[in-house]
Design a protein around this ligand. Structure first.
Ligand code: E4P
Length: 214
């Protein structure tokens, strides 16, 4: 499973890339707003660090305007993936961008029918928001499982990005289901590695090493 970092924070991205486990980054307007930096220079900086796809969201609401924004962002680098919200205007944008060979990440997916239509329109990726579904007492990972089955039934090439990840179990279940990608906050990446027995084990080996004759 590929791992994307769901952040626009340069320090977090640098750390994740240095660990050798980050394949890409997803941003959204809320994540960009936290950084208090110029939008385009920040995206360029992220692209210079990450050796893979970086999702950048369009913010217009009409298809023509979204396509205009998308073409401008796509010019920055071939690693730019255009994040498009799922609605009818969004579908038109996905179709147009697919014809132009510009990659898309269809975002705010909360149902299987949305994911099916996005794939038919030519989406490169879809992002079901599992945490936000769990937040309202739904089952986000069940949605991922259903989307994976539908894509498999009809051999769509669209890849599933498990998004709105809140904890390590989302990540582990995504991998067990064979989801293509999980996009995770940096805090979740740290939790994936933590284990008290590992910490205790390292400590014990270091103490015993002091007793070894050298
Ligand atoms: C994904 O692309 C989104 O940026 C993100 O996962 C949304 O997560 P949130 O529900 O924690 O805001």
């Amino acid at each position: 499973m590929k791992i994307f970092l769901d952040t626009a924070n340069i320090e977090e991205i640098k750390k994740g890339v240095a660990y050798g486990v980050v394949d890409g980054v997803t941003t959204n307007p809320s994540l960009l707003a936290k950084e208090n930096k110029g939008f385009i220079p920040l995206i360029e900086e992220i692209l210079s660090i990450v050796p893979g796809p970086v999702s950048v969201e369009v913010t217009a609401t009409e298809a023509d305007e979204m396509v205009k924004q998308a073409r401008e962002y796509a010019k920055i680098s071939e690693n730019v993936v255009i994040k498009v919200p799922i609605n009818f205007e969004g579908l038109k944008v996905v179709k147009t961008l697919a014809d132009l060979d510009i990659k898309t990440n269809v975002t705010l997916i909360f149902s299987t029918s949305q994911a099916l239509l996005a794939a038919k329109a030519g989406a490169t990726y879809v992002s079901p928001f599992v945490g936000r579904i769990d937040d309202i007492s739904g089952n986000g990972m069940a949605l991922v499982e259903d989307i994976m089955q539908i894509y498999d039934n009809y051999t769509f090439d669209t890849e599933v990005i498990v998004a709105s990840v809140r904890h390590p179990l989302h990540f582990v279940h995504a991998a067990m289901m064979g989801a293509h990608i999980a996009t995770i906050p940096f805090s979740t990446l740290s939790k994936l590695l933590d284990h008290p027995l590992t910490d205790i084990g390292i400590q014990r080996f270091l103490e015993d090493w002091k007793k070894v004759k050298k």
